[in-house]
Design a protein around this ligand. Structure first.
Ligand code: GLN
Length: 476
């Protein structure tokens, strides 16, 4: 018999609905697993009491014959997503005691669906990083090999899902933060189309790029959670009010076209990663899909473009942490300038300070045209290239990252090296497109290798269908 914690979200949901197990039993099993897996440091806050109270409530509702999509199912939420009455730290000293007075839109959706929120997951401070080692609460460890990083910035969510500490977790993705940690831990992550999921209650990093999405163990679970959290919200001015199901759901590959852009396979790419993704392409072709050669000529501009735009937006978004309105204030301040200076010096970590400086630099009057303006123009080109490529195929396929999970501490003092990790994920945020990350192989150390499927706007269903078909038959 499969242990309770080993079941997928859909399996546990049907066990709960059929009363084969109670939510209290399931929640206790998950809380026990969180205790056993404490060394991974996947959670900043575990809310055991609230979780058990929600589980008891779910059990009463199930006994009364009620049903809801996640009734009684334990899930986790990244710690940059506001939860009413539960501390939300963004893994920063600045917000270490911040308790939001409201729920984010997605948290409201989870609660309406009956979910049991077990805790808030660890991450890079303010979601800036690719390893979840820039957390004020210590580095997250990889669920497959705890000597290695979990990826970032949603490393806690991915490590928790992979190590059975919840059935699904929410993450946020500004330049890869759902997809890369999902890949590093061998699970599934979806970055939805920009504007498909409301960011109301998400602590902003770079507002023109940020998206919330699910991390799960299977593609079917991912689709299930995505369908719960997506939807229009008047509280997010960018929220899309149109048809969010513009893709198709299908079970065979006949008539499907998958695009391969040569720029996504640079000569320096490790042969293990290249061959794992090529195998996946081979699977799609052997099962009836047509492989189309395409090109994203602006691909090599994307990384610089991302770090300019995201840092510029971050420097503006993070100006609200001034030691006055909320968050902590440094002690011994003599005047207003002192409050700003000392609080920001003391409570921001090194990576966040780096981004704020970079952002202010690229926006400064002498350099604005050379950096910010050029990056904005590059963004237009990147968007256009993706639109052209995706006009010829249903989805593009490429790696998630140029490496697998590295040893903890290896890149922490080498930011440029860590930024290079994002080359395959950031173009998708710049273009506002959906991206699905799933495991397609393992390297010689047994570490997961991830592939990415990129689709047209609001065509998540297409990606999820392609992902499900691969998950059933393609993984070696
Ligand atoms: N690694 C990228 C960065 O540090 C992406 C982060 C994210 O998606 N939140 O900016």
């Amino acid at each position: 018999m499969t242990a309770l914690t080993d079941k997928t979200l859909l399996e546990i949901k049907s066990d709960l609905a059929a009363k084969r197990v109670s939510s209290t039993e399931v929640t206790k099993a998950i809380l026990g697993q969180i205790e056993d897996m404490k060394h991974l440091n996947a959670y900043v806050t575990v809310c055991a009491d609230q979780a058990l109270a929600s589980a008891a409530e779910a059990d009463a509702r199930i006994a009364a014959g009620e049903d809801a999509p996640l009734l009684g199912v334990p899930v986790a939420v990244k710690d940059n997503i506001c939860t009413d009455g539960i501390r939300t730290t963004c893994a920063s000293r600045f917000l270490e005691n911040y308790i939001p007075p409201y729920d984010a839109f997605v948290v409201k959706k989870l609660k309406e669906a009956g979910a049991v929120i077990v805790g808030k997951t660890n991450m890079d401070e303010f979601a800036m990083g690719s390893a979840s080692d820039f957390s004020a609460f210590g580095a997250v460890k990889n669920a497959v090999d705890p000597t290695r990083v979990a990826g970032g910035s949603s490393g806690g969510s991915a490590s928790a899902v992979a190590s059975r500490q919840c059935y699904a977790a929410l993450g946020s993705d500004t330049g890869g933060s759902i997809r890369q940690p999902a890949a590093f831990n061998g699970v599934v992550g979806l970055k939805p189309t920009y504007s498909a999921v409301s960011r109301y209650g998400l602590i902003a990093f770079a507002s023109s790029l940020d998206q919330i999405g699910p991390i799960t163990r299977t593609v079917a679970d991912c689709k299930y959670v995505y369908d719960i959290i997506k939807g229009h919200d008047k509280m997010d001015s960018t929220s899309y009010d149109g048809d969010l199901n513009q893709g198709e759901t299908f079970g065979t590959l006949k008539g499907r076209k998958i695009g391969v852009a040569k720029e996504f396979f640079p000569s320096a790419l490790s042969s293990e990663i290249k061959s794992a993704v090529e195998k996946a392409i081979g699977f799609y072709e052997a099962n009836g899909a047509e492989i189309v050669e395409t090109s994203i000529q602006s691909f090599d501009m994307a990384l610089a473009c991302y770090y300019i735009l995201s840092s510029a937006e971050a420097s503006s978004n993070l100006s609200r942490y001034d030691g006055i309105k909320y968050g902590k204030r440094a002690s011994g301040c003599k005047n207003l300038r002192d409050i700003y200076y000392k609080s920001r010096t003391e409570f921001f970590g090194p990576e966040v300070k780096r981004r704020i400086m970079l952002g202010n630099f690229v926006l400064s009057s002498g350099y604005y045209d050379a950096f910010y303006l050029r990056a904005s123009k590059a963004r237009t080109l990147i968007k256009q290239d993706f639109e052209d490529a995706l006009a010829k195929c249903d989805a593009l396929i490429c790696p998630i990252a140029p490496t697998t999970a590295w040893k903890i501490g290896r890149k922490v003092n080498n930011p440029a090296d860590a930024y290079l990790e994002d080359i395959f994920t950031v173009p998708v945020n710049i273009a506002g497109l959906p991206g699905l990350s799933l495991k397609c192989g393992e390297d010689k150390d047994g570490l997961p290798i991830g592939m990415q499927l990129i689709g047209r706007p609001y065509c998540e269903n297409t990606l999820l269908s392609l992902g499900e078909i691969f998950e059933k038959g393609g993984r070696a």
